[in-house]
Design a protein around this ligand. Structure first.
Ligand code: S3P
Length: 446
């Protein structure tokens, strides 16, 4: 096995990964995390029955589901990836008896803060150590302007947050952080405001909220760079969640890096606000065959990707592509290490406030294995030495960040034979990608 998962003892939560000789086969990435959260949130507030197929049963999304269970929403679990929600409707959500714990998930806690701001009742929202240190002011400030009654540590900028549902006024808000979470929090609060609310985006962020809300009967209008939501009563519907392109990214990278590889990924979400990673790879010379499935038209697009080994060249990542590739930057940095030339990634300061400081984490991890990296406040530059470069094994800390752990597992497949990389803190991979080690070993062989 290329990737050994250590469980129990001193090495619990550690991967040991070594060189792969070939990567081939066909796989379907797990359900999209952003869409799974939203499917549960909208299904949880839409009166009646919502059936979700393709749900991501990761720790993060299960946390969102538990929150709705504790507010009176019925959940019938047909399988790990298929469930039926039965909701009394937004205004009828009950007061949970305990705090709502969203674990590691910034998406869940920020969207739910917006949503619950306009729902009668008292709730306290919190999360794990990482989430409790992440900035919440970006949502509490605009929501407070709408009339939300919020409080929290450091004057409402850190979890735990208390939310007392209030009558909200509409807002027009400039999405300065270029954050889909902030946009979605405001749109969700807007559902119970007294008039239409608008979010203005200089650079478009992922648009799952705008695409999904109308499916539940919500009134949303997108005009140029303005998204407007009207107060709406939602009704349950059926939702199919596509595969997560952010999870697929690790396997795309694997196939690009290991000579002789050919991999097919099916059911991958191809929403254009999520595919900048593929555009950046094509700038670097990758030839990825993308075949959209007509069944995705009009909803969340998805399709099949064919990827094979390529010698990559470096690039300067265009600033406009950063928001739509933000979660893929750790694995992009890994690819850059094996490209010919210097790859520069700037305008990505948001990476410092993700599940870990992803700029610092990648810089430290890449340096440990022998890659030359420059660190900037808003990004990094990686000196790529081509596909034949020789690195060294060692031990790196994923900082309990799932994407750092998976990106470095991909890198380790290019270590010299006999060397390996120990990656600590990998138990958090479960937050977005349950079953990652098994899928990795199914396609990567010695
Ligand atoms: C997400 C938005 C992004 C992304 C996160 C999921 C979402 O965060 O990094 O993994 O589902 O809306 P920001 O909105 O903070 O950029």
């Amino acid at each position: 096995m290329i990737l050994q998962e250590c469980r129990g003892g001193a090495l619990h939560g550690t991967y040991q990964v070594e060189r792969a000789g070939s990567v081939s086969g066909e796989l379907r990435p797990p359900g999209d995390k952003s869409v799974s959260h939203r499917a549960v949130i909208f299904g949880g507030i839409a009166r009646g029955r919502t059936e979700i197929t393709g749900f991501l049963n990761s720790a993060d999304c299960e946390g969102t589901l538990r929150a709705f269970l504790s507010m009176g929403v019925g959940v019938d679990r047909i399988s790990p990836h298929r469930l039926i929600l039965e909701s009394p409707g937004l205004s009828q959500l009950s007061e949970p008896r305990d705090v709502l714990d969203f674990g590691n998930s910034g998406t869940a806690v920020r969207l739910m803060t917006g949503l619950l701001s306009g729902v009668p009742g008292f709730r306290v929202l919190t999360g794990d150590e990482s989430l409790r240190s992440r900035p919440m002011r970006r949502v509490t400030e605009p929501l407070s302007r709408m009339g939300a009654l919020l409080d929290g540590r450091k004057d409402g900028s850190l979890l735990p947050l208390s939310v007392r549902g209030a009558r909200l006024s509409p807002i027009t808000y400039d999405n300065v952080h270029r954050s889909a979470q902030v946009k979605s929090a405001i749109l969700l609060a807007g559902l119970s405001a007294s008039g239409p609310s608008t979010v203005i985006e200089e650079v478009q962020t992922r648009d799952h909220t705008e695409r999904l809300l109308p499916r539940f009967g919500g009134r949303v209008e997108v005009r140029e760079n303005r998204v407007t939501v009207w107060p709406s009563e939602l009704a349950g519907t059926d939702i199919v969640v596509p595969g997560d392109i952010s999870s697929a990214a690790f396997f795309i990278a694997l196939a690009l890096l290991v000579p002789g590889s050919a991999l097919t990924l099916s059911g991958v979400g191809l929403n254009p606000t999520r595919t900048a990673f593929l555009d950046i790879l094509s700038l670097m010379g990758a030839a990825i065959d993308s075949r959209p499935d007509p069944a995705g038209e009009g909803g969340e697009p998805f399709g099949t990707l064919g990827v094979s080994f390529r010698e990559l060249s470096s690039c300067t990542v265009p600033l406009s592509m950063i928001p739509s590739a933000i979660d893929e930057i750790p694995v992009l940095a890994v690819l850059a290490a094996f490209a010919n030339g210097r790859t520069e990634i700037r305008g990505a300061g948001e990476l410092r406030v993700k599940e870990s400081d992803r700029i610092a984490a990648m810089v430290a991890a890449l340096r440990t294995v022998g890659v030359t990296v420059e660190e900037f406040p808003d990004g990094l530059a990686v000196l790529g030495l081509g596909p034949d470069r020789v690195l060294r094994g060692g031990r790196i800390d994923s900082r309990h960040d799932h994407r750092i752990a998976m990106a470095m597992a991909v890198l380790a497949t290019r270590l010299p034979r006999g060397e390996s990389l120990l990656i600590t803190g990998t138990d958090f991979v479960e937050t977005s990608f349950p079953g990652f080690p098994a899928l990795f070993n199914a396609v990567a062989r010695p």
